[in-house]
Design a protein around this ligand. Structure first.
Ligand code: ATP
Length: 269
């Protein structure tokens, strides 16, 4: 099982609304992917409006590329196949040809489908010279050949969506096949605020809790850093309650206190 996940559109559980900020990215993906997948008839004539077959999401770690990919599949009502570049090359290089053929024939049966290739640089990175593993090279060539094969067939509704933190490691052949490249940036304070509101949407917060203050105090944090910070904060009331209980000072039904700003003080990992 070389594919880490195959999920039908209704079961992904992430929508665009769950992705905070990144408004421009969502807008671009709407035009490039969602509309063509949901309304293929609008893209069937002429050459100008052609559905895009390859997109690269690049940017610092933890900025929400994987989250976006999943949400995109939900919004486009497409099946979602997720593979990881490093897993493909490390575990499966014995059978490159069989494997890629299986992947692509499987995908064409599932169309509309988004094939998400995380760490696309490790599968399709620049040619590593003599030190490169022969099997990795074969895998990459097979993958590209299968990908090209797809182009001539009914590839309208199959999208390869690559993600990487290391765009400079990709070679020209790959860059050419991913004609649309979208930068997924770290959030500024305004966007951190939007992300925090999503992450903390269902938490019990003290009244007057200042999202602004928290957003301003987290300069340089990615969405993933913010998530980790919030998880750590959410443990504080739990720890306090357990301490009280262990001292035998707890009477009645245990109640967790609301989260306050002070709970968010641990330093970024
Ligand atoms: P990497 O490059 O390290 O693989 P990534 O860019 O794919 O990271 P994700 O794995 O999507 O980042 O982000 C990790 C987690 O951080 C998400 O599951 C989500 O909980 C949170 N997160 C990141 N960005 C956002 C965002 N814009 N809005 C809401 N949550 C976010």
């Amino acid at each position: 099982n070389f594919v880490s996940a195959v999920v039908p559109p209704g079961e992904i559980g992430v929508k665009f609304d769950d992705v905070g900020a990144l408004e421009d990215v969502k807008k671009a993906l709407n035009e490039l992917v969602i509309l063509p997948m949901r309304r293929p008839e609008l893209f069937s004539r002429g050459n100008l409006l052609r559905p895009c077959k390859g997109i690269l999401l690049f940017g610092p770690p933890g900025t929400g590329k994987t989250l976006l990919a999943k949400a995109l599949a939900t919004e486009a009502r497409a099946n979602f196949i997720s593979i990881t570049g490093s897993t493909l090359t490390s575990k499966w290089f014995g059978d490159a040809e069989k494997l890629t053929k299986a992947l692509f024939s499987f995908a064409s049966k599932l169309a509309p489908v988004i094939i998400f290739v995380d760490e696309v640089d490790s599968l399709l990175g620049a040619r590593g010279g003599s030190s490169e593993h022969e099997a990795t090279r074969r895998m990459r060539n097979e993958f590209m050949a299968a990908w090209d094969g797809l182009r001539s067939k009914d590839s309208q509704r199959i999208l390869i969506l690559g993600a990487t933190n290391r765009p400079f490691d990709l070679d020209d052949a790959v860059i050419r096949r991913l004609p649309r490249r979208i930068y997924v940036d770290l959030p500024d304070a305004e966007n951190r605020l939007k992300i925090l509101k999503i992450i903390l949407a269902r938490e019990n917060l003290e009244s007057g809790f200042s999202f602004e203050q928290l957003a301003n105090a987290t300069d340089g944090y990615s969405g993933s850093d913010l998530k980790n910070l919030c998880i750590a904060a959410a443990y504080r009331p739990v720890q306090e309650l357990l301490e009280v209980e262990s001292k035998g000072e707890q009477f009645g039904v245990p109640v967790l206190r609301p989260l306050k700003l002070d709970d968010f003080t641990h330093s970024k990992a």
